[in-house]
Ligand binder design. Structure first.
Ligand code: NAP
Length: 283
């Protein structure tokens, strides 16, 4: 059996079509939407990701300012920059790109991002609101997991969803969103005893670890829906997921890497930016 491929391309294209329409209407009404991405790294894959966001923003009618502070910057300089952008009425969305310089943490610094502009749900206030089921921007990757499951009509209520990874960027918010949809959720991490024993109980398995091919056929029961969030450098210079290719012989459905969660994440970031611009323009 070969798993059904849960592509994110069609969904991403439909989200981006809506974003372009909204962005054009905002611009015509005098509020051209603008996203600012604060970068403080020389990590190649991170810089590649930022360039891809900027390109996608331009195609969607959103201005994107990449504020590159360099890898030698300080936590204080990053905090000051986030504060300035939060106070700037022409900026509607702010992303703090990781990795950050030694001694700086996203959890600490992102608290400076105005929650109304926190389009990647990085401010602990946004995460808290998400946990309390109050309106907030969810981290785009976690929301992309949910959007893909919905787009492909995967039922969640009463199903067992197992998430591998407990980062505040992906694993924990994905678990919260799954819980809010009445799934029964287990969260696994590096200290989980008998990981394959846990993951084989999943109806839906979300993998967000950051280790190429770490989930193998032995981790997956026949028919499981597997969402692979991982983006790791592949030997051929491309991207590799966290899920080994052999899993497609066991799983019922599996997201491709690239072409699964990634394009939906980018589209949702841009969607959050036009939503933020619409709300801020009504203030
Ligand atoms: P992260 O902060 O490094 O978290 C990784 C998680 O995996 C941690 O909770 C860690 O457990 C767990 N883990 C590590 N080794 C494990 C093992 N052997 N068994 C079980 N759990 C293990 O990473 P992240 O930011 O969440 O990102 C995860 C992956 O998603 C990365 O590949 C990243 O590039 C990718 N990503 C993709 C997108 C996208 O749009 N497609 C966006 C964001 C991230 P501990 O907590 O115990 O250390």
């Amino acid at each position: 059996m070969t798993a059904i491929s849960l592509s994110g391309k069609e969904l991403a294209a439909s989200i981006r079509a809506r974003v372009k329409e909204t962005a054009d209407a905002l611009t015509a009404a005098g509020t051209p939407p603008k996203l600012a991405v604060v970068v403080a790294t020389d990590d190649g894959s991170s810089l590649w990701y930022v360039r891809s966001i900027a390109k996608a923003a331009a195609k969607s009618g959103i201005e994107c300012d990449v504020v590159d502070l360099g890898a030698d910057t300080t936590a204080e300089e990053i905090r000051r920059t986030l504060g300035t952008l939060s106070a700037d009425d022409t900026v509607h969305g702010i992303i703090l790109q990781t990795p950050l310089p030694e001694g700086a943490t996203a959890a600490d610094l992102a608290g400076t991002i105005d929650p109304a502009k926190d389009v990647d749900g990085a401010n602990p206030a946004s995460l808290g609101r998400l946990a309390a089921r109050l309106p907030a921007f969810a981290p785009a990757t976690a929301e992309a997991v949910m959007a893909l499951l919905d787009h492909h009509d995967v039922p969640l209520a009463g199903r067992h969803a197992v998430v591998i990874g407990r980062s505040t960027v992906v694993g924990v918010p994905a678990a919260q969103l799954l819980l809010a949809r009445d799934a029964t959720v287990s969260v696994c991490h590096s200290r989980t005893a008998d990981l394959p024993g846990m993951t084989r109980q999943a109806d839906v398995l979300v993998v967000a670890v950051g280790r190429a091919g770490m989930v193998t056929a032995g981790h997956v029961a026949p028919g499981t829906v597997v969402i692979d969030v991982g983006t790791n450098p592949a030997e051929d210079g491309g991207l590799a997921g966290d899920v080994a290719a052999e899993v497609s012989e066991v799983a019922g459905a599996l997201t491709p890497v690239p072409g699964g969660v990634g394009p939906v994440t980018t589209a949702l970031l841009l969607g959050h930016t036009v939503d933020a611009a619409s709300l801020l323009s009504q203030r």
